[in-house]
Write a protein that binds this ligand. Structure first.
Ligand SMILES: [Zn+2]
Length: 303
């Protein structure tokens, strides 16, 4: 007996299985990151992230600024935030101009489309940023993941050294002080109340811009270095940009992250990867105030 449709189904399934295995990087645990290399060899390789950044061990450069294209244009659809079991995240929609916000400039040679936003946090007892800045771990870290537009999708970009750039924003909790204005973030933090369960989603009812997640952040002050994804498969394909200014998060918003639960219903706490070795990597620091050193810059770019 022969069932063409049945055969076709199985052929498709056999074709798709290896891809399903490759793309399913969800079987990892923050309790035992030292075991990640068993399934994901890059996690035991070089140029890994996060790292500790100290202002005394960086190279100050008069880099061109990063360009934040379409960051202040509204998305053409509402943002849906999801509990993935490892973080809360959302895919960046296109703007009203039909394309996503993107970054270029700085050390970047290409344009990088914003793809997704997610967070890393600690617990009621401990801070949870991934990067440590000037000896301090902060309360929360937001990552805006961007794909080099010369690659079709993130999976393809993960295979190339210039595939991805991530903007990292650190937050510290404040109990009082001046009122701060980050309307997009306020909406995202509110959505956490609806995202306790694994796979839960919540659609933010306000239209957002990507820039509204950065508030009044000084976008001209950043550290940049060559590193990796901080979750499996840990591909060493990321040009990191860690902003020097630490943004405030209110003491009412931060605990909302601690209500997020993982796939097994356990509280998802401390979802940050331990610090990795800097090895011999250079970390560059851009500030407005550094005098122009064009010749020095050219030498470093060609390293
Ligand atoms: Zn991340």
């Amino acid at each position: 007996m022969h069932f063409p449709a049945f055969d076709d189904f199985y052929q498709r399934l056999l074709f798709l299985l290896p891809f399903a295995a490759n793309f399913r990087s969800t079987d990892f645990d923050y309790k035992s990151p030292e075991r990640w290399p068993e399934k994901y060899p890059h996690c035991g390789g070089s140029e890994q992230s996060p790292i500790a950044i100290s202002r005394h061990k960086v190279i100050s450069l008069s880099l061109p600024p990063l360009v934040f294209a379409l960051y202040d244009e509204f998305f053409d659809e509402l943002v849906t935030v999801k509990n993935s079991g490892h973080t809360v995240e959302f895919q960046v929609p296109t703007t009203i101009y039909g394309v996503r916000p993107y970054v270029t400039g700085g050390l970047l040679q290409d344009c990088y489309d914003a793809e997704a936003v997610h967070f890393h946090w600690g617990s009621p007892e401990s801070k949870g940023s991934e990067h440590v800045l000037n000896g301090r771990r902060h309360d929360l870290e937001m990552h805006i993941v961007h794909r080099n537009t010369k690659y079709l999708n993130l999976q393809e970009a993960f295979r190339y050294r210039d595939g991805v750039t991530v903007l990292a924003v650190l937050f510290k909790v404040v109990r009082s002080g001046p009122i701060f204005y980050q309307p997009g973030l306020t909406e995202i933090f509110h959505s956490l109340l609806h995202l306790g369960n694994f796979n839960a989603t919540y659609t933010v009812q306000e239209r957002l811009t990507l820039g509204s997640l950065l508030g009044s952040l000084d976008r001209g002050n950043f550290y940049t270095y060559k590193g990796s994804l901080t979750t499996p498969p840990c591909s060493p394909v990321v040009q990191w940009h860690v902003f020097g200014e630490v943004l405030p998060i209110s003491h009412q918003d931060l605990p909302k992250f601690w209500n997020i639960r993982d796939e097994r219903g356990r509280p998802l706490l401390k979802n940050f990867r331990p610090l990795q070795s800097q090895e011999n990597r250079a970390i560059f620091h851009r500030q407005h105030t550094v005098p122009l050193q064009q010749e020095h810059l050219q030498e470093l770019i060609w390293l």
